[in-house]
Design a binder for this molecule. Sequence first.
Ligand code: ASP
Ligand code: MG
Length: 407
Amino acid sequence: MLIVKKFGGSSVANAEKIFNVAKRLGKSYDEGNEIVVVLSAQGDTTDELIAKAKEINSKPSRREMDMLLSTGEQQSVALMSMALEKLGYPAISLNAYQVGMYTTSTYSNARLKNINTDRVQSELERKNIVLITGFQGMNRFDDITTLGRGGSDTTAVALAAALKADRCEIYTDVDGIYTADPRVVKNARKLSEVTYDEMLELASLGARVLHNRSVELAKKYHVELVVRSSLNYEEGTVVKEVCHMEKMLVSGVATDKDVSRISVIGVSDEPGRAFSLFGLLAKHKINVDIILQSVGRSGTKDITFTVARDHLEEALELLEANKERLTIKEIVHDENVAKVSVVGAGMVSNPGVAAKMFEALYDAHINIQMISTSEIKISVLIEEDKAETAMNAIHDKFQLGNVNLRR
Ligand code: ASP
Ligand code: MG
């Protein structure tokens, strides 16, 4: 089998951990597999490099930032290669430039466009374990780019797609995808399978195990992903198109605290108001999530929506500056809110999921401020302080802690 294995920064944080991973790789190699390994920077290296940059220049150019940050991954692959050498395995480390991993030109948030597989293939033919830097690429100016924080997952999936690998294994410090964050919900349970769509929702909702883009790519190229622990040999969670083993109505509950709510009150009730309001925000690249508009009464209406917290200030300034043009009477906002969501591919064809979720919140005396739904997700906006209680209440209501709950 050709397997792409990705290890996160915590799995290679020090010499001991590097040797543990190296032994694991050796074992898989001895079993006859062809192995391509993608590594992240060790431990907190990326954060430390960012801090170092800030000591010198508080607004460094993105190009130089990428040049600096990409060194973290380069350290990891070289060290891993040395560990494998020491254990007697043939290995070679390569950076994005050596492989030929081309990205868009945007520094610090580039997207992989095209991967040249020649070098990797020939190293595999030479029976090498091939170690490749995660998180980085090169653009059309032959400059180093990076893929955004957490981007090594995406490198791994893209490589698996390009090499037509049999599978892509993401090793991390948790042993899979859970029905809820186990630090918040005590009886959270590890899922054996989850669909790409569910994973995308869970990832964007704050269950930050996988880089979102990596899941999008896996879905697009049908790469079967496995999320598992680097510390044990437990099976982990398989992310794929359709799940058969557990047809869960709901597969998980997630919370996103990076939200704030803005209401514009007394907007005149006529066509084009929502367009000018959200057009203005879009022009300034402010992403809006849940939107709620009240029924027009006595010629006016209210529009409430959420934005990420670090966009709040800018959004408020923009609205204030355009208050008259947008016919806004009053602007109110609240930062102490959280979005709690249930996700499940099974809810498309099953009524009552929303009612059940709302009942759980009612039982826990939690007020719902806003609601939004999609085919596989129901989200509510609630007071931030209540997020943990809400998660537990919903998790219990759907009995997500119980094994083998089938539809
Ligand atoms: N080292 C990078 C980061 O810390 C990329 C990664 O770990 O995936 O964000
Ligand atoms: Mg990560």
